[in-house]
Design a protein around this ligand. Structure first.
Ligand code: NAP
Length: 489
């Protein structure tokens, strides 16, 4: 049970049913599934567990609403997004508490996510009225070319648990701006935040049927028929590369336009000339934001041998000082991991590295007691054979490798099938440009430990995904291009 009256009230106020065509319904067979508090392992509440028929009903509603929504004036769509931005911002405390309860991160981090998430609504409210076309005389002078951009049609949006709100607004914002209707399926571990957001969007004036929310524990069975149904015209997915790959295969049948925001394995390169204190501050952000449960989390630290001990010592002190506890408690900086499996995987990766010769400078032990906690951990002298050099850790663990030549650092940084983000610390401008250009990633944090920004094109290279979210290209993912050829006598 949630611990205080305020927690209970925040949970009680959330819609627990499916939101289809503007109505809240139970699942057809009345089934529900539980949502846990990861800091205690206890049940917070139950939500509707959609069947494949419910999923199809959500698609029916999205398809029915598509023509009138596409015809809605851009200014009106933009104003709905703007109102939603304001409502989310006004209710940040309440949403943050809900998010912390279901996901575990400290309240301050939930609030930071809400600010970031709301920005996508503000950004796309401004983009709505700037969907432009083109008019030109063709090369022979005898014709005209009229290029227009139109909403692609009903979208299926699938989001993960690590940023329960932002991964939703990053998709919902541009879909609304473009004039698309949608079915969204939030992660089974954290469905409450998106259910709350759906209520806010309705209050902001979003018409019935534009946003339909399906929560389910039979994810594959409910999602696959939608992906294979010709009415869905766009799939936007954020999650693991493994699931993303499967969804790309399913999308091939209808030749769906897909956006895939997948896994990461970010290198964090600290050159010999870097400001060590700034690099440590950036490392704390790149590693510990969201308890390390971020696709952008620094996964592998490559530090020049001349400064490796100073960097390791300072990072160890900062990591060792962090307060671990329930995310609702004052002063807590590190909450629990989201579930037992996630914690076990992190512990397994650390144990593997230690068996292969890594030295634990802080952390490294699963604490006893309830909840899925894992302490901030720094590992030095990590051999390249350790699994965590290749696998996404998704937890508060910083493995440190050393190098002496920039070329070796870049080669090691790029030696992964992922390419979401890389971090680079150097005070030499030429080196910064040269090395940034060589890093195989969609984003580079240059002397900074965070790249997320609603106004920038977020996305990865290689197996980190396809497409971009945010920035001026974000809306393109939800638009189709049409050109009209005209003869002019
Ligand atoms: P996940 O297991 O791939 O799940 C993500 C979403 O996909 C959830 O809603 C999940 O539903 C759903 N899903 C699972 N199996 C499915 C299937 N067969 N068909 C359709 N949907 C399915 O990933 P996660 O553990 O939630 O999230 C962590 C991963 O996301 C990490 O790899 C991280 O790097 C990545 N991520 C990437 C970005 C980015 O922008 N690149 C951002 C955040 C996270 P259930 O919850 O019901 O299983």
């Amino acid at each position: 049970m949630a611990e205080t009256d305020r927690e209970r009230r925040v949970i009680d106020e959330v819609t627990k049913g499916l939101i289809i065509g503007g109505s809240v319904r139970d699942a057809t067979d009345g089934r529900t599934f539980g949502v846990e508090d990861p800091s205690t392992g206890e049940l917070l509440c139950d939500v509707a567990d959609a069947s494949p028929e419910d999923g199809m009903a959500a698609l029916d509603a999205a398809a029915a609403a598509q023509p009138s929504w596409a015809a809605t004036a851009p200014r009106e769509r933009g104003e709905i997004l703007r109102r939603a931005f304001e409502l989310v911002t006004e209710r940040a405390d309440e949403i943050a508490l809900l998010m912390t309860l279901e996901m575990g991160k400290p309240l301050a981090e939930s609030k930071a996510e809400i600010t970031y998430a709301a920005e996508f609504f503000r950004w796309f409210s401004e983009e709505t009225v700037r969907i432009a076309g083109e008019w030109k005389v063709n090369a022979t002078g005898s014709g005209r070319v009229l290029v227009m951009r139109q909403p692609i049609g009903p979208c299926l949006l699938i989001t993960p648990w690590n940023f329960p709100l932002a991964m939703g607004t990053r998709k919902i914002g541009p879909a609304i701006a473009a004039g698309c209707t949608m079915v969204i399926k939030p992660a089974g571990l954290t469905p409450l935040t998106i259910l709350k957001l759906a209520d806010i969007l309705a209050e902001a004036g979003l018409p019935d049927g534009v946003l339909n929310v399906v929560t389910t524990s039979s994810t594959g069975k409910v999602m696959e028929p939608l992906i294979r149904d010709g009415r869905i015209r766009k799939l936007s997915f954020t999650g693991s590369t493994e699931v993303g790959r499967r969804l790309i295969e399913q999308s091939a049948e209808q030749v769906l336009k897909t956006s895939m925001e997948l896994g990461g394995n970010a290198p964090f390169v600290v050159c010999a000339d870097a400001d060590v204190d700034e690099a440590v501050a950036g490392a704390m952000l790149a590693k510990m934001r969201n308890i390390g449960e971020a696709c952008t989390a620094a996964n592998r630290f490559y530090v020049h041998a001349d400064i490796a001990e100073e960097f390791t010592k300072k990072l160890t002190e900062r990591m060792g000082d962090m307060r671990v506890g329930r995310g609702t408690e004052e002063g807590v900086e590190v909450g629990p991991l989201v579930e037992a499996d996630q914690r076990d995987k992190v512990a397994e990766l650390v144990d593997d590295a230690v068996q292969k010769g890594a030295v634990v400078r802080t952390g490294g032990e699963v604490p006893s007691g309830a909840g899925y906690f894992y302490p901030p951990t720094v590992l030095a002298d990590v051999p390249t054979s350790a699994r965590l050099a290749k696998e996404e850790i998704f937890g508060p663990v910083a493995p440190i490798f050393t190098f002496t030549e920039d070329d070796d650092a870049i080669r090691a940084a790029n030696d992964t099938e992922f390419g979401l983000v890389s971090y680079l610390y150097t005070r030499d401008l030429s080196r910064a440009v040269r090395l940034s250009e060589r890093l195989e990633a969609g984003m580079v944090g240059l002397n900074q430990g965070m790249v997320s920004n609603a106004g920038a094109p977020f996305g990865g290279w290689k197996q980190s995904g396809l497409g971009r979210e945010g920035g001026s290209v974000g809306i393109e993912e939800y638009l189709e291009i049409k050109y009209v050829a005209m003869t002019v006598e």
